[in-house]
Design a protein around this ligand. Structure first.
Ligand SMILES: Cc1cc2nc3c(=O)[nH]c(=O)nc-3n(C[C@H](O)[C@H](O)[C@H](O)COP(=O)(O)OP(=O)(O)OC[C@H]3O[C@@H](n4cnc5c(N)ncnc54)[C@H](O)[C@@H]3O)c2cc1C
Length: 475
């Protein structure tokens, strides 16, 4: 066995030179992403600089059946990039982070996958442009990882997620070593299958994304953030449903429940009123346009019984209003040491029911479930809080989390609006998708990756992976 493993390292060094970390060098870091479950410590991590190196590696890995995990920023909240088979190789895209081309008149930019979303937007800002998909993790999340997870974020009400027209084309290295280009350089394309779409949300199971052509927009010059409290969580959620029908074209509509507000208060001294907060943002390149929509919103908020309505007049005030939302996840540690974060997403009209369900399940299991998130696109983040030293409480937290996902399916929703299935949602996704859909997806997977070397153990239930990996799987 030792011979075999050192043989693999030797080949990796031939392909990647000194850009290889082998077991002695490896910290446990690569066994984790941003959620608490630990995967296997990999045999090696490689840091490719060009697609041709990935091609050589994948041909070798397919031939010798080496479990391979692609990693961007490692910010996934579903276990997506963590190894689940012993002696795996992690392909870190971190060093492929160049901007390759910008076509200003075509409103397009071509990048490598390892650039972070913030780095890209700093660059685009010089040209008055913006790539508007904005996950809360944008400082560390990479373009490749965000595409592979179909990421969204706070601006998804206006701009949608990665799948919604922002990715025009991808260069992808397939497990057989073929390098393909999936799309076109046009905003519209009706000829043939949507191959680009197949890779968006593929969670590192079909191929390695090595280049992406992205659509960009003019960065709006004006913005205003509006904050209002409601006496009742359900009332706040019902307001979101009404607001969407009013044609005010909000960029963001965020919701924070009572427990989240309490956590933020303990963290930052936020002086909140009532039991729920709504945060709305408007953006435009025309100042009067923002002002008109703001005035209408304030009128409607008053009519609907909102309290302590305020909005930003300066950039400092804008940051202050957003602080409560941005601090939501980091401040949960003030209530309990750990939490399971979920991302159930329902048809908009069901948001009030989802809020009620989270509260009921919290009461049923005697837990704190702090819920906040992108209510304007039907996507909430219930955070099930627990103490890792209290095993019994952790068990209850797992049960509560599963129940929220199952109730979401009953509401006609999905267990994941933006974080992906990864490892963490395999069981509930199986319930949501059903056998036929999963079988079809597995056929697609095997078409691209017949040896099943990419991301074994993820997205599909164990019984699918067992065909290939048997008891080598650690799940
Ligand atoms: C504080 C915080 C806030 C967050 N907020 C949001 C949010 O608002 N919206 C949201 O959608 N998500 C959010 N997330 C989740 C996470 O940041 C996103 O899923 C992000 O897109 C992952 O990008 P990454 O580069 O870190 O990918 P990784 O975590 O490294 O990988 C994610 C998946 O992509 C695959 N992958 C990575 N690179 C490639 C590639 N080049 N080719 C093929 N497959 C690849 C991996 O194998 C894995 O399956 C948040 C996470 C944190 C920690």
């Amino acid at each position: 066995m030792v011979w075999v493993l050192s043989g693999i390292i030797k080949v990796l060094r031939e392909i990647f030179g000194s850009d290889v970390l082998s077991r002695e060098d490896i910290v446990e870091y690569y066994a984790y992403d941003a959620q608490p479950i630990k995967g296997e410590i990999p045999l090696a991590i490689v840091f490719p600089r060009k697609a041709e190196q990935i091609r050589s590696y994948l041909v070798y890995a397919s031939k010798h059946k080496i479990p391979t995990y692609i990693r961007g920023g490692g910010t996934a909240l579903s276990g997506g990039p963590i190894p689940l088979v012993e002696n795996a190789v992690v392909v870190s895209m971190y060093r492929m982070n160049r901007i390759l081309d910008i076509k200003l008149k075509d409103m397009q930019v071509r990048t490598e996958p390892g650039i972070t979303i913030d780095e890209l937007n700093i660059y685009l800002g010089r040209y008055g442009l913006l790539f508007p998909i904005d996950p809360g993790s944008s400082a560390a999340a990479t373009i490749g990882g965000a595409i592979a997870n179909n990421a969204g974020g706070v601006k998804a009400v206006k701009y949608g997620c990665m799948k919604d027209g922002w990715i025009l084309s991808l260069e992808v290295v397939l497990p057989n070593g073929e390098i393909i280009e999936t799309g076109t350089n046009t905003f519209k394309a009706a000829a043939g299958y949507n191959l680009t779409g197949l890779f968006i949300g593929s969670e590192g199971t079909l191929g390695v994304i090595t280049k992406a052509t992205l659509k960009v927009v003019a960065k709006p010059k004006y913005r205003v953030a509006v904050r209002a409290y409601f006496g009742d969580e359900r009332e706040a959620a019902e307001f979101v449903v009404k607001l969407l029908r009013m044609g005010l074209d909000p960029t963001a509509i965020e919701f924070l429940d009572r427990d989240t507000l309490e956590a933020v208060k303990r963290y930052s001294g936020l002086d909140y009123k009532g039991n729920a907060m709504i945060l709305v943002e408007f953006t435009s390149s025309i100042r009067e346009d923002v002002e008109r929509r703001l005035n209408l919103l304030v009128e409607i908020l008053k009519e609907e019984g909102a309290i302590d309505i305020t909005w930003s007049k300066t950039d400092e005030e804008y940051q202050k209003i957003w602080m409560a939302r941005k601090a939501a996840a980091p401040s949960l540690g003030n209530l309990k040491p750990k939490y399971l974060i979920l991302d159930p997403t329902v048809p908009i009209s069901k948001i009030p029911e989802l809020v009620d369900i989270c509260r009921k399940i919290a009461n049923k299991y005697g837990l704190i479930i702090a819920t906040f998130g992108h209510a304007g696109d039907g996507n909430l983040h219930p955070n099930v809080l627990y103490d890792p030293l209290d095993e019994e409480e952790f068990e209850r937290a797992l049960k509560a989390a599963k129940e929220i996902s199952l109730e979401t399916i009953k509401l006609g929703g999905t267990v994941s609006g933006e974080h992906g299935v990864g490892l963490e949602k395999i069981e509930t996704f199986k319930k949501e998708a059903g056998r036929e859909k999963l079988d079809l997806m597995w056929k697609i997977k095997r078409l691209f990756d017949p040896n099943g070397i990419l991301n074994p153990g993820k997205l599909f239930p164990r019984e699918y992976w067992e065909e290939i990996w048997g008891d080598r799987l650690s799940i």
